[in-house]
Write a protein of this length. Sequence first.
Length: 202
Amino acid sequence: MADPSGGSTGPPRTGTPAAARAPSPQSSSSSSSSSSSSSSSSSSGSASSPDARRRLLRDTKAIDEALLDVVYDALADEDAGVRREAIRLIARSTPTPGLILTLERALTDEAELARRSAAMEALAAMGKPALVLLGRLAHDPRAGVRRLAVDALGLSRMPEAVDVLERCARDPQPAVRSAALEAVARTGAARAPTILLRAVDD
């Protein structure tokens, strides 16, 4: 029965209006986006930590073509442990043409000294497969590249490098000549004493 004023005689409605009960699509989307962003940020932070980068290299059995850029970046990593793991990974990997070219690019990178130094150690650890490349770089027009190539040959202790090092002992740059003589002594080659005595006489 309607009351005289035209309103309903039923009991008054109670409870929260529907608009207040249901979250708006914008609010839900914003919350989801915020949660996703937070999760992504946390994951990215973990992956970019030095420990994570070291673990990635340590757990990799060998380098394939898809990992060449990763290794190139790792050779200049701000963390010395990451650089060491990259060198160890190179030493246990097959010396493919792609890997050797990557190390050549790293050794001649004049903008990043840490990368050049790490590449030098990696080429030394590679041993004989790096001999042709190091022999060529030992006569590079840039004195800094020649010095790094000579240092790598010395660290490798390869008797086969003695001929290249003998020529480097006559380099126009004193630093390269000195490094070459030290490297000759490290090779243990049968001709090493003769080369060193000749250098003293000169």
